[in-house]
Design a protein around this ligand. Structure first.
Ligand SMILES: Cc1cc2nc3c(=O)[nH]c(=O)nc-3n(C[C@H](O)[C@H](O)[C@H](O)COP(=O)(O)OP(=O)(O)OC[C@H]3O[C@@H](n4cnc5c(N)ncnc54)[C@H](O)[C@@H]3O)c2cc1C
Length: 453
């Protein structure tokens, strides 16, 4: 069993050591010559920002993630639709924090937290004792109570594994249709259903339409990929419900022009191996992608604390957890109301700002300097892309749509990618795709779809 001791930031193979302390003990430990130990669970936007905000603080940081990479989720749909490769949008967490001397990275999955003894417990049996704990484990897909039966037919888009699985299913559908003689089966293979018309559903629908109607158009002999049906299902009254109605209307008409069949006010009754049953009607489809609800990862259960309806942990104004001043929840895992009285949205910008804020709170705490004011989110606007030269942007005071919004969307996403290599690769891929309408990552390599042949 590994034990990560406070302040040592090195793994030891030993029996678990109990180091329970009363609140405030971190100050005594610091006085005893050992820097306080900050354990961060999750190296996504929130956890990484927190670690980086602690770079010059007199603390030891241990960041634990079950993946070895930080993932830029906003571009996952481009991996799922063969425009980018997995490595273009992910960076090893270890290399991101290479130059931060006070940070150690541990590849492991946290399965529980013992708040009495201030330690986190991991799947590999390691224990990390902490003086401060930052939980930043994000969200996962929720199938509205059908996780067991729907998830295997309708893949959600959250990880690189999901993206390569969806890519394999999409590309395999065209391959199977080409080999199929029966027209009904061919139609089923060439029907793609996307459930949920938020930003991910809209981006996926536009990208699948471009894949079928442009990229693959001339590559097959027995089928015409341009006949593919792309169906976008939404329970609500409009696509992009988080955006203003005029931007939703623009997205709707653009998708319409691209040949996407949009079905609003449509709820899902069931998902099976044959397709989707929506409002009592069967839609036969071989490829179904889930872009609908999300829920927080189960960290709330570890702490036995109040959570919102989607499992996010309720936090105080300083993003600490009520009754646990040394434990913070940030990013998609945290439930906090914004200035408008609504919960803060699940956005990378919220996660980054919260991570940065908690880092400064902890740094101020260990230095005994004044604490920053309560966290408040600075909304710098939201963007969503629809397809080639079409996007929407809402900055509150300014709303853009079309090519200007699309160029801005591209610029912002390249800017926020981590590392020069990824920025350069994504930029080159985009320019090449724009000039040639090709997609460079048309590989069927994920496990399940390949084995189903
Ligand atoms: C397809 C998609 C598109 C999106 N598009 C946009 C967009 O265009 N703009 C935007 O602002 N936002 C977008 N988002 C939302 C944005 O990505 C999230 O709000 C953001 O990632 C939240 O950051 P986080 O750090 O809270 O969680 P995450 O980034 O999800 O990071 C959580 C980390 O915790 C790790 N983890 C989870 N559980 C454990 C555990 N038990 N033990 C150890 N490690 C664990 C995970 O491996 C992961 O690295 C999109 C999300 C998705 C899925």
């Amino acid at each position: 069993m590994h034990t990560f001791m406070s302040g040592s930031a090195t793994a030891h193979r030993s029996q678990p050591v109990r180091t329970g302390r009363a609140p405030g003990a971190h100050k005594r430990r610091a006085g005893a010559g050992r820097p306080p130990h900050v354990v961060i669970v999750g190296g996504g936007f929130a956890g990484l920002a927190a670690a980086q905000a602690l770079a010059s603080a007199p603390v030891d940081v241990t960041l634990i993630d079950r993946c070895n990479h930080h993932l830029f989720q906003p571009l996952l749909y481009q991996v799922a639709t063969a425009a980018l490769s997995p490595s273009d949008i992910a960076s090893p967490i270890r290399s991101v924090l290479r130059d931060q001397a006070n940070a150690t990275v541990l590849l492991d999955e946290v399965i529980d937290v013992d708040t009495e003894w201030r330690r986190v417990i991991t799947r590999d049996g390691a224990e990390a004792t902490y003086d401060y704990l930052i939980l930043a484990t994000g969200a996962e897909y929720s199938y509205f109570g059908h996780d067991d039966d729907w998830a295997r037919y309708a893949v959600g888009l959250k990880s690189l594994e999901d993206a390569t699985e969806i890519r394999a299913r999409l590309l395999m559908a065209f391959e199977k249709a080409e080999a199929e003689c029966d027209a009904a089966s061919q139609n089923k293979m060439l029907t793609f259903v996307l459930i949920g018309a938020g930003p991910t559903g809209v981006e996926m629908a536009g990208a699948v339409a471009e894949l079928a109607k442009a990229t693959l158009a001339r590559d097959f002999r027995r089928i015409d990929p341009r006949n593919a049906r792309i169906i976008l299902i939404e329970a609500g009254p409009r696509v992009l419900p988080g955006f203003r109605p005029e931007l939703s209307a623009y997205a709707h008409s653009t998708l319409d022009r691209m040949g996407v069949d949009i079905r609003l006010h449509t709820t899902i009754d069931d998902i099976t191996s044959d397709g989707v049953i929506a409002r009592g009607r069967v839609i036969e489809a071989a490829t179904i992608v889930w872009c609908a609800g999300v829920k927080a990862t189960p960290a709330g259960r570890w702490l036995n604390r109040a959570t919102s309806r989607n499992g996010a942990i309720e936090v105080k104004a300083d993003l600490s957890i009520p009754g646990l001043p040394e434990v913070f929840a940030i990013g998609d895992l945290a439930h906090r109301l914004g200035a408008d009285g609504k919960p803060l949205p699940g956005l990378a910008a919220v996660a980054k700002q919260e991570g940065n804020y908690v880092g400064t709170v902890i740094a101020a705490n260990v230095r005994n300097s004044p604490l920053p004011a309560a966290f408040s989110y600075r909304d710098r606007g939201t963007l969503a892309t629809i397809g080639r030269s079409a996007a929407v942007a809402d900055f509150g005071w300014l709303r853009l749509k079309g090519r200007t919004a699309w160029l801005l969307w591209g610029f912002v996403h390249i800017l926020f990618l981590i590392g020069f290599r990824n920025r350069a690769l994504v930029f080159i891929n985009w320019v090449w795709a724009w000039l040639t309408s090709t997609r460079g990552a048309r590989l069927i390599i994920a496990g399940r779809a390949h084995k189903q042949r």
